[in-house]
Design a protein around this ligand. Sequence first.
Ligand code: GTP
Ligand code: MG
Length: 418
Amino acid sequence: GTNRQDSVNNANSPLKLFTHAKTTITEIFKNIAVYVGDANKFLDDVNKSERNLLTNEKYKEIQQLKEKVNRILSIISRDHMKVVFFGRTSNGKSTTMNAMLRERILPVGMGHTTNCFLQIEGTDKAEPYVLTPGSDEPKSVSSLGNVGSALSREKLDSDSLVKILWPKEKCRLIRDDVVLVDSPGIDVSANLDQWIEQHCLDADVFVLVISAEATITVAEKKFLHNVAQRLSNPNIFILMNRWDATANEPEMVDSVRQQHLDRGLEFLCDELHICDRQEASEHRMFFISAREALLKRNKDPTSSPRTGFNEGHEERFAEFNNFEHEFEKCISKTAVQTKFEQHTNRGKEIISILRDTTSNIANRSQTLKQEAVQKLTDMDEQHNKLERELRSMTETAKDKIRHVSEDVYKRVAQTLND
Ligand code: GTP
Ligand code: MG
């Protein structure tokens, strides 16, 4: 029912793995900032005492830590999860994204529609706006039909990036720090390498949208081969879209599905070697109808109530939900691993520099006042606490990943039962 859907989509979303990790690591680094501040004050005094307990170099290094910590905090605040959608023209990339966003944000249509890269990301402002390359001036989203669409006269290069700043409060995916990138059809672009270089190197997940009425093409394969060369073990999902077309040919469904599965698995597993066949067939390939999913979630005021849903739409919609859940699990896990492992290590580095310095001073100074000794003990405690927090941060991430994957089996089973 709707309630379960809502709860799956909100508090229990696997994306929380990422957002919790981000909150936790921010807290930890704020504490590190306080610790660094204290250490700096203490070392100021030590430095003034002219007892040669501290080299000038070391003193400078520690002073600079403050800025370093602030820089890391600002990087963390901008950390996000990024997904790129790609595939041949008109396969339904933009429609799929709109369905996930639950709103008709991106222009969709017949023929060649999306004209350049469109990146959707969050803003705290109440109204959405658009930023085009080379200009800081916010434009209205109604201009999207012009700047983002190939049908318009105002042409941008296919590899330029238009940003759509969408109010976080309007959309859960965006609120949870997912950035979605739409691309022009892969068959209409000349320079795939440049695309990858400019827009894909920091992507956590790639979603290939294929038309189930056709099949995976050479251009799409080539793109992913290039991606796999540049990024080790990319996360790739394959969506067989327009699966609603099978309603017209029910006797063919099983054999067509098998054909798509065979080819998709052969590509993902035997050519790219990114996962085994079981994993790929259960977690990486989905047979969906983006059009129906969007229609269910965001009624089109211009269409009559009877249009849109073909025989079997419930199963396709369930499969769309499964895809989203697997996608959320995958993207948050990858983003936590790639982004926060680095932060955690830098945090450990910083506090060990401080510890070494302070304990060095303590060792060399027999005549420090009791007060200073107390200060050192306090800082030592602070240090141990931070180290514990950083360690448990890594453990919690692992625990959550385990918990989430157990949970998803239950939900998929439940959905299939329904
Ligand atoms: P470009 O931007 O041109 O690269 O295309 P795109 O991949 O973004 O495709 P888009 O989402 O614009 O969809 C193209 C057309 O296909 C639109 O008219 C959609 O309504 C239609 N469409 C998308 N998904 C489906 C689907 O699952 N089933 C059916 N029947 N039509 C679909
Ligand atoms: Mg498009």
